[in-house]
Design a protein around this ligand. Structure first.
Ligand code: FMN
Length: 362
């Protein structure tokens, strides 16, 4: 790290990362779909929740630990799957996995990782889940699932909100394409992804076009369940009826998400529909949420509304870009400290004390 700026919070880390990244890469990480309504709404939704703290509670001993799919973790946070992490730092997902292990929280590895799922397993032994995009080539998809199970990944995260890629106009405007020396870790990158971009066309969109499987539907879930014994979470659910159907079909978890505002623009922020989804699912599955989490108080708000944990997308990418494993670790340490403070200030000694009555809507 060459920057001497004082780093107090996630915004400071983002500001530092922004100064070091090429403009096209920065836009790929930061951007959303079309008018970026959902991207902004994720922050607005969290900021429109207020807290009603409970005082005169002895909070001298606090315990931030919880469990996820039965496994103990140090605090209720996971690293969200984000593709192409070598664009942020050469060590990419390897550094990210080490930071997750050091913080004792799970990392969700993207299908589009720039190091193989086996190499990530070698780099760190902490808890890992594998995010799956079902591709047109079903044999490739089945192979990924088998490899993830063999390599000790503990869950599959099936992303359901990308039947087609959202229209990311920043990438199109920049003619964004992946650098020719960038490698995908889990399978071979089609040439089209790295072919020089032209203004008005995103190389990434062309890449997705070649791989995507827009026919994915509920009947494919049982096929996926037959491939491995791993628990499955659906990521990108925004409706209580979909969540209920998913649990009826035997999934173990729901990740309520609008993909960081990168897919359907205008899609509701996950935090807004979290309570109805939690109510629909009850204790039949674990419910997680992501989108715009930037403060410890955001984690507390999500837990108050019933989330088991939250996923961090861009903050982790900014940390990685700032200083590799150290920077990613810094993000987690800051949010852990902020969450600890938020719990103390709300009269919560354990995550079980974070109840819905702590939150009011503006
Ligand atoms: C640069 C970038 C790449 C992403 N790649 C993936 C991916 O490969 N698979 C996936 O399921 N979600 C992906 N996402 C979505 C994240 O997992 C997550 O839902 C989102 O970033 C959360 O919002 P936040 O960035 O505000 O924390 C990506 C998001 C970003 C910003």
């Amino acid at each position: 790290m060459t920057d001497d700026a004082v780093i107090l919070n996630i915004q400071d880390i983002e500001d530092t990362a922004r100064r070091s990244l090429p403009p096209g890469v920065l836009d790929y990480f930061a951007g959303g779909a079309e008018d970026e309504i959902s991207l902004r709404a994720n922050r607005d939704a969290l900021e429109s929740l207020f807290l009603c703290p409970r005082y005169l509670v002895d909070v001298s001993h606090r315990n931030l630990r919880t469990t996820m799919l039965g496994r103990p973790v140090s605090f209720p946070v996971l690293i969200a799957p984000t593709g192409f992490q070598a664009l942020a730092h050469p060590e990419g997902e390897l550094a990210m996995a080490r930071a997750a292990q050091a913080a004792d929280i799970p990392m969700v590895l993207s299908t589009f990782s720039t190091h193989s799922l086996e190499a990530v397993r070698q780099a760190a032994t902490g808890p890992r889940w594998f995010q799956l995009y079902v591709h047109r080539d079903r044999a490739l998809t089945a192979d990924l699932v088998t490899r993830a199970a063999v390599a000790g990944y503990e869950a599959l995260v099936l992303t359901v909100d990308v039947p087609v890629l959202g229209r990311r106009e920043r990438d199109a405007r920049n003619g964004f394409s992946l650098p020719p020396d960038l490698r995908l870790g889990n399978f071979t990158l089609p040439d089209i992804a790295t072919s020089a971009g032209t203004p008005g066309e995103s190389g990434l969109a062309a890449f997705h076009e070649g791989l995507r499987e827009p026919s994915l539907s509920w009947k494919d879930l049982s096929w996926l369940q037959s491939l491995s014994p791993l628990p499955i979470l659906l990521k990108g659910v925004l409706r209580a009826d979909d969540a209920r159907d998913a649990v009826d079909a035997g999934v173990q978890g729901i990740i309520v998400s609008n993909h960081g505002g990168r897919q359907l623009d205008g899609a509701v922020p996950g935090i807004r529909v979290l309570p109805e989804i939690v109510d629909a699912v009850g204790d039949r599955a674990e419910v997680y949420v992501d989108g715009g989490i930037r403060r410890g108080t955001d984690i507390l708000k999500a837990l108050a509304l019933g989330a088991r944990g939250v996923l961090l997308g861009r903050p982790m990418v900014w940390g990685l870009a700032m200083d590799g494993e150290v920077g990613a670790g810094r993000v987690l340490a800051i949010l852990r400290d902020e969450f600890d403070t938020a719990m103390a200030l709300c009269g919560a000694c354990t995550v079980a004390d974070i109840t819905r009555d702590l939150v009011r809507y503006r």
